[in-house]
Design a protein around this ligand. Structure first.
Ligand code: ADP
Ligand code: TYD
Length: 207
């Protein structure tokens, strides 16, 4: 089983990934968590290239291909072997991030991204995705203490994040069985409780 969390930066994904992993472990499940891009030596290097401001700008297409390269490497080297041992994999971002950020945000053709996703993610579709919905202003206010993250908000801009958010809303509408949406303005406990209840409802025999 693969469970993913999606949403704009600062919406509370990694908080929920950690809480869910702890909850699943308490239930005796084997769990592994990863953030994307990241999770292996090579993908952490790709993360540095993608997320460190350098002298040279990446083109939109180079950025897209690097996110996909990192995802393919993570899937091949970590996720597939873990799934073969019945480990539940919880991911902080996955393919929906690419559709939302590179597709809706940067404006790269969604059909092209879908084709490239087919090639690079080996048909791996999350069993369920929790989309934490939050607007740009609320996310910025929440992250006032994190200079590195605020930098990203500043360089990408409000318009970009509005497009990403609208993209997520559209993706959720098109796939409401897989993508479940919850407001990021609820408390950490309320969101966690939504997540666990939905998992118990959807996968009662497994969880
Ligand atoms: P993301 O992984 O989406 O960037 P984080 O989980 O790192 O987001 O959360 C960003 C910040 O907001 C952290 O300081 C975290 O403690 C706080 N936070 C997370 N969820 C909530 C929430 N529901 N209400 C208030 N603050 C939250
Ligand atoms: P990260 O610090 O992990 O974000 P968060 O604050 O949400 O925890 O940074 C990941 C950044 O990379 C984030 O801005 C979203 C972006 N991203 C893409 O643009 N495309 C992708 O396919 C992925 C996985 C991430």
């Amino acid at each position: 089983m693969v469970i993913t969390f999606e949403g704009i930066d600062g919406s509370g994904k990694s908080t929920q990934v950690d809480l869910l992993a702890e909850w699943l472990r308490m239930k005796g499940k084997k769990v592994a968590t990863f953030r994307e891009p990241g999770g292996t030596i090579i993908t952490e290097k790709i993360r540095t290239i993608l997320l460190t401001k350098g002298a040279e700008e990446l083109s939109d297409k180079t950025e897209l291909l690097l996110f996909l390269a990192a995802r393919n490497h993570l899937i091949t080297t970590k996720l597939i072997p873990l799934l073969e041992t019945d480990t539940i994999v919880v991911l902080d971002r996955f393919s929906d991030s690419t559709l939302a950020y590179q597709g809706y945000g940067r404006g790269i053709d969604l059909d092209v991204i879908q084709q490239l996703l087919k090639f690079s993610v080996n048909q791996l579709v999350p069993s369920v995705t929790f989309y934490i919905d939050m607007c740009f202003t609320d996310a910025v206010n929440r992250l006032v203490s994190s200079t590195k993250k605020l930098d990203r908000f500043e360089s990408l801009g409000e318009d970009f994040f509005d497009k990403v958010r609208n993209g997520y809303i559209e993706l959720q509408k098109n796939d409401p069985n897989r993508i479940l949406s919850i407001s990021g303005n609820k408390t950490i406990e309320e969101i966690h409780s939504f997540v666990t209840k939905e998992l118990e409802r959807k996968f009662s025999s497994l969880i």
